[in-house]
Design a protein around this ligand. Sequence first.
Ligand code: HEM
Length: 385
Amino acid sequence: MATSELRVGPLVRGPRPADRGSRWCALTGSGVEAAQEVMRSDEDAAAGYREWLAAAERAGQRVLREPHGTYVLWRRDDVLAAVRDGEVFASRQGEVMPGNPPFGPYREILLELFNPGSSLEMLKPVRGVIEECVGAIATKLDRCDGARVADIVWRAAFVMVCGLPSDIALETVGAELVGKIRQAPPGGPDVISRLAAEPLTNEEIFGLMGSVARGLRFASFPMKVGLAVLARRPMLQQQLRENPRWQSSFIEELLRLEGGAKTVSRITTRSVTIGGTTIPAGSPVELCVGLIHRDESDDLSGHDMKLDGAHRHWSFGGGPYRCPASHLARDLLGAFFEVWLAEVPFFWFDWKGGDVPKAWHPRPYDPSSGAIFDDWIPNCVPLRW
Ligand code: HEM
């Protein structure tokens, strides 16, 4: 597949003219100082997390309420109890299917579609695209926007995992097209071929493909964040190149520390009272796993990236609604970083190539704000080598 077909904008671009929040750093004025700020930002991020959690502890409010009626849980015991209690804190995934049906039966289909063996089969052609795309970038260019590359990869993965024609414009994909492909499916391990003969409507298959698109787009976030992490840490790049077996630990730690889900979204099925606050039935609730990943409650929840020993995180959620495609997501990330580290020589930030992302941390504690996790996904990762 020609990667240009996926139309995601230029691979190299210049800085945005204005509107630079504290998350970004564009090198104008004292470039050295700004670069130092980025390279030091992991320490600032650790301090930012500590300050948020300390302020929340002091305030003692276990349930926060966002302006639009969403409730937020942040304490480790509250978050984990809710993640595991699928009866009170239910999945919202049915909302993306036609008619908002219970999602349980579809979840079973996805679990089977994305079991470990099928996930590997589905990813074989995707790996080919990653090799082609990253190989071309490494040999023909000396810089690129890593965020654009991640966008190319997730879109290519979506087209291939679903069994769509390689020259498809994503805007044109709908239930009607699914119906057509379904009559003569490609016959591989892809979603449409595997569901073609099942008693599902075209709309239902298209709804499931929507979940796949969202999930794969989600998988592009750790790619973007991970490239920025590696650009900030030359030693880590070297370690991972010299010891490829540590790459899987890198991915787990990336999902825990920076690149994975920050919140798990659920909806209450009945009213529930936590720490004196009653959350009514039918309320959206955000469970802040991103905060408990770094709450320093034990050795597995610190701010440093630990490549050796055990890892633990809830980036794929947990309990009865845990992400059904975590194998696919992990394998995709594994292929991406393996190919990138094998093809692209030692790389660093292209300080003049756009807004360079610092390590992210939550905004200062504010119990009434809905913006705890704003801006955590870099929209530009300018790199050069
Ligand atoms: C790095 C990539 C990914 C991350 C971090 C991620 C994370 C999550 C999280 C946090 C949840 C909520 C779990 C819960 O409520 O306990 C979830 C659910 C889900 N994910 Fe993923 N996901 C990723 C990739 C994918 C992919 C590639 C797909 C599809 C191919 C996918 C499909 C789904 C679906 C359908 C659900 C809803 C499950 C249910 O409610 O029963 N995800 N994911």
